[in-house]
Write a protein that binds this ligand. Sequence first.
Ligand SMILES: [Zn+2]
Length: 364
Amino acid sequence: MIVQDIIQQLETLAPLAYAEEFDNVGLLIGDKNTAVKGVLVTLDCLPEVVDEAVNNDCNLIVSFHPIIFKGLKSINGKTYVERVVQKAIRNDIAIYAIHTALDNAFEGVNAGICEVLDLKNKSILMPQTGTLKKLITYVPHAESENLRSALFELGVGAVGNYENCSFNSEGLGTFKGNKESNPVLGNPSEMKQVEETKIEITFAKHLKPVVLKTLFKTHPYEEVAYEIRTLENKNQHIGMGMIGDLKSPMPETDFLEFVKNKMKSAVIRHSKLLNKKIRKVAVLGGSGSFAISTAKSAGADAFISADLKYHDFFTAEDEILLMDIGHYESEQYTKNLLVSYLKKKIPNFAILLSKINTNPVKYK
Ligand SMILES: [Zn+2]
């Protein structure tokens, strides 16, 4: 087992292609070819978490938040970030950060909150656009089934709750090679007509390298005829926040108490109570004020997030119950989610949940 094997599993759950542009995700410290002795999963990578890794013989830390976020001009130990970097390198410990790639994943941070709150009919609150692509390729009719199957195996053609989606039309392809050509059908310099199938199929953008590799490997032509287009459609599988329904509607005060218990919040800062039952709930782990208006227009009765500012609470406008449950509290189950995912994918391997509460905010 090397670092790259663990990374591959993590990036199947949360491809880095969907991380936000401002973010700094991936392998921040270490070598992807190093053999892994054990993995420690944490929300934040602090000096004491590196100590915990050393004490438990783990040489890979999977952290939700990236410890290195902007450029470091020195590494002399004057900030906690520099001390973590020094300590990790000294002890030969790799650090991988997943952050917004997991925020945007369908089975990520917000699915974790939905599970804790037992929300039904969950869907992405802010589906990303520009992350779906379409492959159009022209293949001899007899080879079309083979090519479609090879593409479907990659997860190409998945739309919502459907898989193996494609559109196929029949037509006449023509080509004529030059003397240097080596056509699989006909002879060089001969004008050729072939019954071809036009296959149209959509896929998520992170699959592009494997789609092209499979296309070139499976398509019989010397010059593969294909186009790839970027679609503006919303991607139902990728995006920030989630929205779902409570199993049964709850009065606001009961709901506040319910969330406080489930999310282990010491304090919930919330907007004015509206005297209505809570049915539909939007959630966004971490700083989520940017999604308030989306939660409102999606018809959420309550929006659970963190880092809401004074003026954000005014934007509830008597339409929604805004709840700031604390940044750490909103993301705390992310590490459990990562541990159970990795344990399922790599059984009988040392994958540990950090025991350190890294919340820098204290309550009195
Ligand atoms: Zn966060």
